[in-house]
Design a protein around this ligand. Structure first.
Ligand code: C2O
Length: 405
């Protein structure tokens, strides 16, 4: 894992800068949402929101548990499948409930962009579970259009590692590419990189230092730190500049850009990774855990599924994404253990010869710790910090132990 040394100031919030507070009907008590009126951003149509519908039944999704991958690691076949799924979505007849535009408007419906918005799922603890549920049904729709509901999973744009706008979403830069969107900031549109302070690993480390959900993910009336930065900053920097802000920079339009789903998949990954830190020795019992009060767990929203049926799902239903929604972000052996030891090591670069490195030189303490843990059959995760990775490149290290030293 690399970490950047730059840390981004929380300089912009997704469409909230000039917005004023407005009251509204909310689930589970008092809340506040911001109005977008100042930006005149209402989408052209706000369809009737789905309501009611068949409640999600725990255990009903029995598909295999499949890895959601980084866009950078999709195989050629997976990328082709993703493109054809989006192409099929865009080609659905207007009467269909799954269309690209209705799905995008679903996001608008839940964000006060539409006058008939039932509630705003931004700016509160609804942010994480609602977007997880939205991605789940969107992923099912794309998967069924691709003819592989069982295995299709959304990819994520891990901007903390890959700074340029993913090439498959940028080129071809026209409507022949179902992942392309014409409304992106010109600096990124052709494959340019995010501003240096957006979504850095350093920012994620800071966020992972927040152990309570209130601070990280919000509460019933205000947002958590991640929602503003990096979530909002990246939205704003991908979308066109103000005043238009289309598509990604505007709540009413954001989900028209296929990149929205790759961005939110990464946000969802970060929430999942934060939960993985729970259970560490010496931490308060609720550290890195989701809220357990009914006001949160009983939040419930309606969506269209891949059969155009109205379904509903609660926050409680989405918390265990592995078992209930059938995806993971990393295999069990890569789960970050609760106890992190920060140990000295050094990268040695680069010698002559057929394999010039770089090599990782570890201290005696690291060597002893690793050997002891392996003998105890504990998984060992090495986190490499402070490594400079050249722009546009990524890589992996083979870690092997030399016997007899
Ligand atoms: Cu619903 Cu990224 O916003």
């Amino acid at each position: 894992m690399k970490r950047d040394s730059t840390s981004g100031p929380n300089r912009r919030r997704f469409l909230k800068g000039a917005a004023s507070l407005a009251g509204g009907a909310v689930l589970g008590g008092s809340s506040a949402f911001t109005t977008l009126a100042a930006f005149a951003q209402d989408p052209p149509n706000c369809p009737t929101p789905p309501s009611g519908g068949t409640p999600f039944a725990l255990g009903s999704d029995t598909r295999p548990i499949v890895l959601r991958k980084s866009i950078a690691f999709l195989s050629a076949a997976e990328l082709t499948q993703l493109r054809s799924a989006y192409a099929a979505l865009r080609a659905l007849p207007a009467s269909d409930k799954r269309t690209w535009i209705i799905q995008a408007d679903m996001h608008a419906l839940f964000c006060a962009s539409c006058n008939n918005s039932p509630t705003d799922i931004h700016g509160s603890w609804s942010f994480f579970p609602w977007h997880r549920a939205y991605l789940y049904y969107y992923e099912r729709i794309l998967g069924s259009l691709a003819g592989d509901l069982a295995h299709f999973r959304l990819p994520y744009w891990d901007w903390e590692n890959i700074r340029p706008l993913p090439p498959s979403y940028a080129t071809p830069g026209d409507a022949s590419n179902s992942l392309w969107d014409g409304n992106r900031r010109s600096a990124l549109a052709g494959g340019g990189s995010l501003p240096v302070s957006d979504g850095t690993s350093a920012r994620i480390s800071t966020l992972y230092g927040l152990t309570d959900f209130d601070s990280f993910g919000g509460n019933s009336f205000s947002n958590g730190a991640l929602e503003a930065d990096p979530h909002g900053t990246i939205h704003v920097d991908v979308g066109q500049p103000p005043p238009l802000r289309h598509d990604m920079g505007s709540l009413g339009y954001a989900a028209r850009d296929p990149l929205f789903f790759a961005h939110h998949c990464n946000i969802d990954k970060l929430w999942s990774g934060w939960n993985d830190l729970a259970g560490g020795g010496g931490l308060p019992p609720n550290a890195y855990r989701n809220p357990t009060n009914a006001g949160f767990l009983n939040l419930r929203w309606s969506f269209y599924d891949e059969n155009q049926q109205v379904v509903s799902i609660s926050a409680a239903d989405v918390l265990d994404h592995q078992n209930n929604l059938r995806y993971i972000y990393k295999g069990p052996i890569f789960r970050i253990p609760p106890l992190l030891l920060i140990l000295e090591c050094e990268l040695i670069c680069c010698g002559p010869g057929p394999d010039p490195g770089p090599f990782l030189k570890v201290s005696e303490q690291v060597r002893e710790t690793v050997i002891k843990e392996l003998r105890a059959n504990s998984p060992v995760v090495l986190v490499l910090q402070g490594m400079a990775i050249p722009p546009g490149l990524s890589g992996n290290f083979d870690v092997f132990a030399l016997r007899g030293e």
